[in-house]
Every structure is written in C-alpha cells, then in structure tokens.
Design a protein. Sequence first.
Length: 456
Amino acid sequence: MKIDKDAFQKYDIPGPRYTSYPTAPQWTPDVTGDTYASVLNAFGQNDKTLSLYVHIPFCEKLCYYCACNKVIRPNEPKVGDEFLCHLFREIDMVASHFNRRKLIRQLHWGGGTPTYLSEDQCEKLFFKIRSIFDIDFNGEIAIEVDPRTVTQDKLKTLRSLGFNRISIGVEDFDDKVQEDINRIMPFKQMAQVHEWCRKLKFESINFDLVYGLPHQTKETFKKTMDLVISLKPDRIALYSFAYVPWLSKPQNKFNMDAIVSPEEKLDIFIQSREVLLAHSYQAIAMDHFALESDAMAHAFNAGTLHRNFMGYTLKPADEFIGFGPSAIGFMENTYVQNIKVLPEYYECISQGRLPIERGRQLTLDDQIRQWVIGRLMCQFMVDKQTFFDKFGFEFEDYFYYELEHIRDCRENGLLLENSAQIQVTDLGKIFIRNVCMGFDIYLRQKNGHKRFSRTV
Ligand SMILES: C[S@@+](CC[C@H](N)C(=O)[O-])C[C@H]1O[C@@H](n2cnc3c(N)ncnc32)[C@H](O)[C@@H]1O
Ligand code: SF4
C-alpha cells in the first residue's frame, strides 16, 4: 500500500494514543485512595485475572527527548533499596484488600529503567510479587532495558526469573543525533546486548526507535534502519517523537533549527515503513511492526490483538494494577493513577495511604465509547449487532452525531461500512488514532485538545 503525503498532512494533528478512554486529561483528583480501596475490595473478592505493571523510575543519565516519568540518580544500591521499601509497602497495602490469590497473566516492568535495580534487587522484587500473586509463566512477562547499562549477568538473572519478553531502547544510531539527545550508544554495544538476549532465548525482543528527533534526516535514519534490520528484532516500535516541551522541560534544550520539519518527518516515517515491509515485517496499526512469523503479526491478522497501557498484547487480563510512581490501574470501570513525584509518593506510603493522585470512574457513555475505541484499535472493526447485544442501543442511533465522521473516514479511504459493520482499511490502520478521535466525546468538547502530541 502506498501512503499518500496529503493524507499524512491532513491527519498529522494533536491526538491521544488511546491507551485509555477517557484519556488522561479527563482524569480528576476526586478519585482518591479511598475510591481505590473500595474498588480493590470488590476486585479482591472475584476471580478476575490481572495485568500488573511496575514502574521503576530511575535512570542514570537524562536523555533530553524523553517524555517518560523518570528520576535521574547515580547508580547506588541505597536508591533502589529505599524505593523497594516503599514499593513493597504499596504492594502490601493493595494486597490487604484481597481475600484470595490473584493470577497475573501479564507482568510488565517499565520506567525509567527497571534494570537500574541490581540483580539482587530485581530478584527481591520478583519474589515479593510471587509471594502475593500467582504468575502465569506462559503469559507475557516483559521488561524494558536500557542497552547502555544492562549486563549479560543481569539479563541471565531476568531470564531465570521468568521474563520472556524484552524491550530495548535503541532510538537512533546516528552519532550527531545521539550527541544531541544526550544518549551515546554505539551500534557494537547494541549488537552485543541483542546477541546476549538471543542466546538467553527471550521469546520476543522489541526495539524502540524514535523518528523526528533533532538532526535526523532521511539519509541518517535509513542507516539506522539498515543496522536495525541487520539484527532482525522480532518487534519494532517506531515512535513519532512526542515534542511536548510544556510537559518535558529538557526538550527545551533542542535547537528549533535542528528539529525535523513535518514534511521530512513524514518522509522518514514512510521510508522506514517501506524498509520494514520489505524485510518481512508486518505493520501493526500505526507505530508497531512485527516479523511476519511473530505471534503479534498472527494475532493482528486474526483480529485478536488487545491493547492496554503497556501497548498491544496477545494475553489480555481482566483488570490492571499499577505499582510505583505514576503507575496506572483500571478495575471495576475505574482508572486510578499513582502520585508521579517520587518524594510525594514516598510520603503518602509512609503515612500508610494508597498513593492515588487522580483517576476516573467511567459513566455508561464512557464505557460505550471505550468499547468502540478498543474494538477499532485492536480488532479494526465494530460489529453493529454485537454493539446492540452488549449495550442495547442501535449503533446508528447512539452514534448519530458521529455518522458524519464515519462518512468522512469512508470518503478518505480509512473505513468501510455496511449495514452490519464498520471496518478499518489498511490505510485506516495507519491513521487509527484519527479514526478513534471521532468517537471521543471529550475532543468534540475540545477539552484538553492541545495537550497531546501529534498523531504522526
Ligand atoms: C522507558 S523508555 C525505554 C527503556 C529505557 N529507559 C531506555 O531508554 O532504553 C521507553 C521508550 O519511550 C520512548 N520515548 C521516550 N520519550 C519519547 C518521546 N518524547 N517521543 C517518542 N517516544 C519516546 C523511547 O522509544 C523509549 O525507548
Ligand atoms: S529514554 Fe529511557 S534512559 Fe533515557 S531518560 Fe527516558 S527512561 Fe531514562
């Protein structure tokens, strides 16, 4: 499929990634630790399975482009020890609401840099989780690693604990770009880490790449792509640089002249996509690619993918719990988010309170739109009869206002529609965020619109 530049220009507007609906700007502080406690009480009495996210916020050095929630600290064991002490108290507080052991189907350690923790600290954390929860070791047990700091021994420890998926921050191999983003990592180092991961038989290796970074050009990023292809990771997340200096102050360090123009950014994306497609990768929605032989590509083709805060997943759990600063949970139709600022998170836990900063209890309309957006993002279709069976409304009646958006998407080749279904086309899969935006009632109300990065 050829991508037309006009379409890119038309759809390159600020928009959410829809890892949640309603999206984070709609979450409010009236959802508190007390709300969370009552939600946990209900969740703790049922047999629903769990997706568990642990946020480990530390990194040794700041990458200037980074928009993640992180805390920069020199690598000293006492930092990790103090963190684990609070994290374990949080885990105990949450678990005190359960009257049974819960089964984890998906476990993800993210950050920051989870491998900032020492091997001993990683083991302690894993054993703490195992002491409270059952883990399905055939599920997805994933960790994010920084290739600049991880060692072979640490990878061995992680593999022996049961981690079967690994996600590696690669971003870009060009010297000038690396210098500008303050992240020096020679290709040789990356190739070594990749070889260790292969030898340890991680079931899936993902590389994160970012396009649109300062000083990137089509030529330099083509070289990065060629080096990536030479290693053949199972999956690639090709992220559009989220330029959000109002949220992420270090991005103000970038010289505006060095920032890639929107036209060149599109060119870099289109070129990278073509390179990947020509090397046996399948495009999964907009920014994810998987080798055609990979389970994610099969699930994508079969329409059985799922999506949550951790991205696309093959093993959905019923509900989510997040531990650590800024971590998000979702259960009993309620989103909760932990306090983001580390000293405040510590203080709250020291006082014996659940460290919730904000959240959102879903209305019926939120639940309906969450379901439709979820179907569009993962199954790439909405079956109108299934919608009726689930919610008791005719699709056309409920989404009367959205019919114009659907018509517009159809005319632009993003959607197909008949009396039974709306279906996302291959082009629509690339612009899936834009397709979903038409079903987001809060964007219609223009509430929080400007707080998102651009969709392309
Ligand atoms: C938590 S980091 C990955 C693990 C580890 N800290 C590392 O850097 O290698 C998560 C990923 O988010 C992506 N990311 C961070 N800031 C971004 C931004 N401003 N725009 C797009 N992607 C970004 C990068 O691809 C990064 O690898
Ligand atoms: S990209 Fe990774 S290592 Fe760099 S600051 Fe962000 S979280 Fe830390």
